[in-house]
Design a binder for this molecule. Structure first.
Ligand SMILES: NC(=O)c1ccc[n+]([C@@H]2O[C@H](COP(=O)([O-])OP(=O)(O)OC[C@H]3O[C@@H](n4cnc5c(N)ncnc54)[C@H](O)[C@@H]3O)[C@@H](O)[C@H]2O)c1
Length: 255
């Protein structure tokens, strides 16, 4: 697909993997809307793009704000061709700890943002994409969503996070199969451990130890490496209906 002047929305684009993806899709020539629950973060990322960027605030788990964000992009640029969904939250809490069972509302919150949010954006963006004229390959749009290696190897303390990401991973194939009739591709990325503000909360020693667990390269991933894969997914029509691990061969240990 030719991304020159195409409109792309990056949900969660205010930080980390999303912010890096904003740069990589802009480098393909796209115009980029940065949608984040954190308005100031979205504005900071959109600023350098000038009139080729647009900052919008929305909670991905809510219907009306996501619909309004899509409407704003349609209004400004006339179409939505690409979506990158990186909005997400992580918590660490055991199913059963000394203080009792896992808090039910915190479990619901993680599933709501990570899984329901991904689904909400996917369904509303797909509807907008069906209005696009197909390119020479019949493509009307591309949707990239973000799972995690925790979808496959959740660690102790990751019951909520792993459940939410397992749901995202399982969503990719049935969505791609269904949206095939509209020429919309759906691809998931399952990152290993990446150096982003989400990981910055960990002590330096813990981050170094995590980095050493990566077989090669023995370090945390760089957001630009995630963004490079997003570029490839946008450009390569044969990538569809799969979840790609981007993890330096790490397989997470139980704890
Ligand atoms: N960093 C890693 O090691 C790693 C590994 C595997 C998967 N992931 C996943 O990659 C994605 C991006 O992670 P990151 O490390 O860049 O995190 P990050 O915290 O740096 O960025 C996440 C962004 O999402 C936004 N956000 C959070 N909740 C939102 C909501 N309800 N609606 C809209 N925006 C919301 C935040 O404001 C933030 O700007 C997440 O889904 C995360 O689970 C990250």
């Amino acid at each position: 697909m030719d991304w020159t002047n195409a409109a792309v929305m990056v949900f969660g684009g205010g930080s980390g993997l999303g912010a890096a993806s904003v740069d990589s899709v802009a480098a393909l020539g796209a115009r980029v809307a940065i949608v984040d629950v954190n308005r100031a973060a979205a504005e900071a990322v959109a600023g350098p793009l000038g009139d080729r960027g647009l900052a919008l605030q929305a909670d991905v788990a809510e219907e009306e704000p996501v619909q309004a964000a899509i409407a704003a992009v349609l209004d400004r640029w006339g179409a939505v061709r690409g979506v990158v969904h990186t909005a997400g939250i992580a918590i660490a809490e055991r199913l059963l700890s000394r203080s009792g069972p896992h808090d039910l509302d915190r479990f619901r919150r993680v599933v709501s943002v990570n899984l329901v949010g991904t689904f909400n954006v996917m369904r509303l963006a797909a509807r907008a994409m069906t209005a696009n004229a197909p390119d020479a390959e019949g493509q009307r749009g591309v949707i990239v969503v973000t799972a995690s290696v925790a979808a496959f190897e959740g660690q102790v303390g990751q019951v909520a996070y792993a459940s939410s990401k397992g749901g995202v991973a399982a969503l990719v194939l049935p969505a791609a199969r269904e949206l095939a009739r509209d020429g919309i591709r759906v691809v998931g990325v399952a990152p290993g451990i990446f150096e982003t503000p989400m990981m910055a909360g960990l002590p330096e020693a813990a981050r170094q130890s995590l980095g050493r667990q990566v077989p090669f390269p023995p370090r945390l991933g760089r957001p630009s490496e995630y963004a490079l894969l997003v570029q490839q997914i946008f450009l390569n029509p044969m990538l569809n209906g799969t979840v790609i691990r981007l993890d330096g061969a790490i397989r997470m240990a139980p704890r």
